[in-house]
Design a protein around this ligand. Structure first.
Ligand code: 13P
Length: 250
């Protein structure tokens, strides 16, 4: 039985005060952590404060991390730093970082290896563009992204890895993938994991869907057998919607 995940990626939204206000509003109203893993990925400047104030049923993750543990990399933060403030999750390979920050599959792989080596759980994102989707290239794109991201990741580290299918055409567009498409592609990723590792790993790994998820469409998505939760952008910024979605994941 795979525990469902409700994850909110705040991207570059919310000031310090707004972030604290959100945490105080949601802390007591989230589902039991034994039933749903609820995670927020806020901007880096509020990580310390949110970790200190996170309620029992909330987890805090970073939106990004460098693959080196320290060094002359202006503007970056490292896994060592995240560990020092008790951050246990990190988003890796989000399409916005691939597109706007030039992150390659090789960078994604280095970050995944650094995360698992530092006992930080990477939530690795994969997805195709609209053009690739329309040309029926999704499967080949996903296979390449999954294989590259997990290169040299040991079987014993795979229990600490979370995957997310986020078609780029569905992110921030209001064009949610249909439950069937989302389930098929999450299922396909599961097949790749079984080919790369084994049946047990592929049965146990959690694969989320992301792309214009909201309180209205979340239920039809998470009832699908291959979708183990959601990674939500826009709708996760609203405390009431966040609480509603987290509880619907139960
Ligand atoms: P939206 O929910 O705003 O489409 O964003 C999804 C996303 O990118 C989460 O990482």
């Amino acid at each position: 039985m795979r525990k469902p995940i409700m994850a909110g990626n705040w991207k570059m939204f919310k000031t310090y005060d707004e972030a604290l206000e959100f945490i105080y509003a949601v802390n007591q109203l989230l589902p039991d952590k034994n039933k749903v893993e609820t995670i927020i990925f806020p901007p880096a400047i509020v990580l310390v404060s949110l970790v200190k104030r996170q309620g029992e049923n909330l987890r805090i993750g970073a939106q990004n991390m460098h693959y080196e543990n320290h060094g002359a990399y202006t503007g970056e933060i490292s896994a060592t730093m995240l560990k020092s403030i008790n951050v246990k999750y990190v988003l890796v390979g989000h399409n916005e970082r691939r597109r706007y920050n030039g992150e390659t599959d090789v960078d994604v792989n280095k970050k995944v290896l650094t995360a698992v080596n530092n006992n930080i759980i990477p939530m690795i994102c994969f997805g195709e563009t609209e053009e690739q989707f329309l040309h029926h290239d999704t499967d080949i794109i996903l296979k390449r992204q999954v294989c590259e991201a997990l290169k040299d990741v040991k079987v014993e580290d795979m229990s600490d890895v979370i995957l997310a299918y986020e078609p780029i055409w569905a992110v921030g567009t209001g064009k949610t993938a249909s439950a069937k498409v989302a389930n098929d592609k999450c299922g396909l990723i599961r097949t790749y994991i079984s080919e790369l590792y084994n049946e047990e790993i592929s049965e146990n790994i959690r694969i989320l869907y992301g792309g214009s998820v909201n309180p209205q469409n979340i239920q039809e998505l998470i009832k699908e057998p291959n979708i183990d939760g959601v990674l939500v952008g826009g709708a996760s910024l609203d405390a009431a919607k966040f609480i509603e979605m987290a509880n619907l994941c139960e």
